[in-house]
Ligand binder design. Structure first.
Ligand code: FE2
Length: 201
């Protein structure tokens, strides 16, 4: 077996005009596909460790040193993108009571959460991700990571993710990352966030 590139859970043009068709096509068919090909190439060198990327990335020391960074970069790249696609929705969804209550408890208000998340996404220098996670204490926390590092590596469970690599927004939003971040909030799949939160807490 090998890790398979999952299809997008909607059509390539389904998120127009917020996320454009060309970006979604390149992002999934080229960028995400490359992470899948590269993580498979790395894992083939050590069939004894299996292919459970979440387990491997939650204990990176368990990954053989000669493929460790390749699995972090490309295994993380695969998991992060697979999650990201699921967290976007062509149909408008509403935040659930559970998630809204947890956000209010952690940040004071939804507006404050959005400000903190936006700041994390905006100030992540270079390539990376912004996250809303459930931490080891079961509390919500906003953070950002570099490259394709995933919060799973620090024992944190992601429930919302935003790709802030330039490949995610440059065609539509050019260099203006803040406009892309603002637009993202229009297409969040709050049902998926609720599902991840219920599983994580
Ligand atoms: Fe990406």
């Amino acid at each position: 077996m090998a890790i398979i590139l999952p299809d997008l859970p909607y059509a390539y043009d389904a998120l127009e005009p917020v996320f454009d068709t060309e970006t979604m096509t390149l992002h999934h068919d080229k960028h995400h596909a490359t992470y899948v090909a590269n993580v498979n190439a790395a894992l083939e060198k050590h069939p004894e460790i299996g292919e459970d990327l979440e387990a491997l990335l939650s204990n990176v020391e368990s990954i053989p040193a000669d493929i460790r960074q390749a699995v972090i970069n490309n295994g993380g790249g695969h998991l992060n993108h697979a999650l990201f696609w699921e967290l976007l929705s062509p149909e408008k969804t509403e935040i659930t009571e559970d998630v809204a209550a947890a956000i209010n408890e952690a940040f004071g208000s939804f507006e404050e959460f959005q400000a903190v998340f936006t700041a994390a996404a905006t100030t992540r220098f270079g390539s990376g991700w912004a996250w809303l996670v459930v931490n080891a204490e079961g509390k919500l926390e906003v953070l950002s990571t570099a490259n394709q590092d995933t919060p799973i590596m620090d024992g944190k469970k992601p429930i919302l993710a935003l790709d802030v690599w330039e490949h995610a927004y440059y065609l539509n939003y050019r260099n203006v990352r803040p406009n892309y971040i603002k637009a993202f909030f229009e297409i969040i799949n709050w049902n998926k966030v609720a599902e991840l939160y219920a599983a994580a807490k």
